[in-house]
Each structure stands twice: as C-alpha cells, then as structure tokens.
Design a binder for this molecule. Structure first.
Ligand code: GLC
Length: 394
C-alpha cells in the first residue's frame, strides 16, 4: 500500500461515532478521545477526498464550544480512564489548543465551495476567535496568552521550563504533575483566563500567535464571502495589531521568542518556534532567508539526518528521544513545510517532505521520531503522519 492509502486507512480506522458525532481519535491506544488541533489536521487532510468526514470532524469539535466561546482541547466523548487526566471540566478540558479551526474550515471550503457549511460554522468561529482576542489578552497588548503548556500543543517543551520552574532534565511524569498542578491552581480562579493568567502561567507563545494571525486571515476571507462586514473588520484589525505586537514585543536578533508574564520575559530556548512565523508570513524575505540558512539548515542546531529537531541540538534540554524535547513531530514539519513554500523555499520544503515520508516508511505512523536515527517513539497508529499527504499534493 502507498503511504497515501495507508494514511487514509489509518484515519478511517481511528474514526469513531458517539452520540451522533463523528470524529477521529489521534491514536486508539494512547489518545482515545478528540483533540482540537488534531481534528483540524484531520480535516485538512480529509478535505480533498472525504470532505463530508472533514465537516463532521469540525462539527463535533464546535458542538462542545463553551458559553464564553472557548473550544476545549480535549473532548471525552466516551467515558474511560485511559490516559484521562482531569483538565478542569466535566467531559471536556478547560484548556484550548493552537487555533487552527478557521484554516481547517477554509481548506474544506476550497474543495467544496459549500457556502452552507461556511455559514453553519461561522458563528462558532467568530465566537472562538473573539474569545481568544478578548479574554486571552488582559492588558490589551494584542498578544493572546496561554494558561498552560498544553495549550501550545507542545506539552513538554523546554520553552516553558523557566516559567514552570522545572529543571531541563525533568522526567515526563514530574512534568505532567507540574502541569496538572497548574490546572488545579486555575480551578481556584474558575478558569477565568483573564485573572488566572496573571497569577499562574501567562505565556505569549510564538506558534500560538502566528497560527492565530494566519487563521484570522482565513476568517477574514470567510467573513467577506458571507458578506459579514463586522467580522471582516474584526479580522483585518486584529491581524494588524497582533503582527505588530509580535514584532514589537517578541522579536529579538532575527527570531521571534515567546515571552512570559506582564514583564515580557523572553524565553530564550531555541525551539522550532523560530520557524512557526514563516507559516504566517511574519518574517521579511531577507529575515526568512537568514533564518533558513543560519538555523533551519544548520546541522549543529535544527537540521538533522531525519528531520527538523523541535529543540536545537545545542540546548541542554535537547534529547533526541525526548517528548517535545528535540524529537521530530509531524505537525511542526507540516507548519515549516507550508511556511517554506510560502516564501518560495521550494527545495528546502521538499527536503522536509521527503524526510517526513522516509520517517513513516522506516518507522510507521508513530507519535514522534528520533532526528538522528529515525526511530519511532510514543503512540502507535498516530494520525499526524497523515499530514504528509497534504505535503504531497503540490
Ligand atoms: C499530545 C501532543 C498534543 C496532541 C495530543 C493528542 O498531548 O503533545 O499536541 O494534541 O497528544 O494527539
């Protein structure tokens, strides 16, 4: 079977229907629930060949939108205790994840031209992005904050070690315990992001904000197609405000760095977050060229035989087999691939696509991979590998 057929077979095998909602679990053995950005990836992959399934996936997600507009990062459709941690609410988590939803909706629209689907999802989309902009930016500085590392989608990344006050060699178990402590702390302020952030964990994360900008761009198109002038204006304004704030507050020596607290303490750990703003066109062409030459293609930092390290090899936190501590993950590969294509770095993008395909051929649909050897680790039958099909469609 070709990789493409295997990827679609995996998505079909991981598809579940509960209470009339159809969604895809990232891995039956390790992640048997629905996750926010994972579902967006699934929808992006399915958009071209199975748009109905892609639509169902997103409908299931928005069906659990909270009254304040937030969309939870996990939906526990089926009761069970496998890897089920209490993230704050009954049946869902009280955290969110990088806001890829508008992008995923747009990918489906590009294939189907289904105006009714756009109109159906539009209110939920607007409420979600309004929530991120209104509630996640308590000082009105135009950067959305995250209240837990899990909201970055990179649960265990060393980018957050300083803020969590943990050593770089921390075990996975101790790290998870620390993040769950944070959930308990947030419970005391009712997960009201505006007040919780200031007290416990408040990071203006680079990939999250870059993804927000790019998603507002697609939401702007959607608003314009539906003739929603207020929505269009909201998106246009916030794209500008967030991009400018990222430049003013997060840009240092040629790269964007995440920052913590009201003091904007720069989190100077070199991670793939350097490359995430390429996805949203936030570097100038000259900056992008320098970044690609100095960091992306640099074998001493990010460029490895089997892919792009999620953490620079020079960092003391770097572990080739570490969970988000250097290992290769397919979603960062996909974001970097898209970013490179956007800037016209076609050859470099193709190298990433080839390395991604080779990893799956060597180690299967695993959760993460050793950048030096290509060995697969973590969950089996993990859906992120299906993103390679989207890199092949060019
Ligand atoms: C892990 C990843 C997270 C993902 C989840 C489900 O927690 O770090 O990004 O959403 O698994 O696949």
């Amino acid at each position: 079977m070709t990789i493409r057929r295997k990827a679609f077979a995996l998505l079909a095998a991981n598809r579940r229907t509960t209470d009339g909602h159809t969604y895809t679990v990232p891995s039956p053995d390790s992640y048997p629930y629905q996750w926010l950005w994972d579902s967006c990836f699934h929808a992006i992959v399915l958009a071209k060949s199975e748009p109905e399934a892609a639509m169902e996936e997103l409908r299931a997600l928005v069906s659990k939108q909270l009254p304040d507009g937030m969309i939870p990062h996990i939906i526990y459709w089926v009761p069970g205790d496998l890897h089920r941690y209490e993230w704050g609410l009954d049946g869902t988590s009280a955290l969110t994840q990088p806001p890829m939803l508008a992008y995923a909706v747009w990918e489906i629209y590009k294939e189907t031209h289904d105006d009714a689907f756009l109109a159906e999802l539009y209110p939920a989309l607007m409420r979600y992005y309004e929530y991120l902009i209104d509630k996640r930016d308590p000082r009105d500085h135009h950067l959305a904050g995250i209240i837990n590392p899990d909201e970055s989608g990179e649960d265990n990344s060393p980018r957050f070690d300083e803020v969590l006050h943990v050593p770089s060699g921390i075990s996975l178990g101790d790290h998870l315990a620390r993040r769950l402590e944070l959930v308990d702390a947030n419970r005391t302020c009712n997960f009201d992001a505006e007040s919780c952030m200031k007290k416990y964990f408040w990071v203006k994360d680079v990939p999250f904000n870059a993804i927000l900008v790019e998603n507002l761009r697609t939401l702007e198109h959607i608003s314009s197609l539906l003739g929603k002038e207020d929505g269009e204006h909201f998106c246009k304004l916030n794209i500008e405000l967030i991009s400018t704030a990222m430049r003013d507050r997060l840009f240092e020596n040629g790269v964007f760095l995440s920052a913590a607290s009201s003091e904007y303490v720069p989190l100077r750990v070199a991670t793939w977050a350097y490359f995430a703003p390429l996805f949203a066109d936030l570097y100038t062409p000259e900056e992008a060229r320098a970044l690609v030459d100095k960091e992306l293609l640099n074998e001493d930092t990010f460029w490895a035989p089997h892919g792009v390290r999620t953490v620079s090899k020079k960092e003391k936190a770097y572990r080739p087999d570490g969970y988000w501590r250097g290992s290769v993950w397919m979603a960062p590969h996909w974001f970097i691939y898209k970013g490179l294509m956007r800037y016209g770095f076609t050859e470099e993008a193709q190298l990433i696509r080839d390395k991604s395909v080779a990893l799956i051929e060597q180690s299967g649909f695993r959760e993460y991979f050793d950048p030096e050897t290509g060995e697969g680790y973590g969950a089996h039958d993990f859906t992120w590998g299906a993103l390679v099909t989207d890199m092949m469609d060019v």
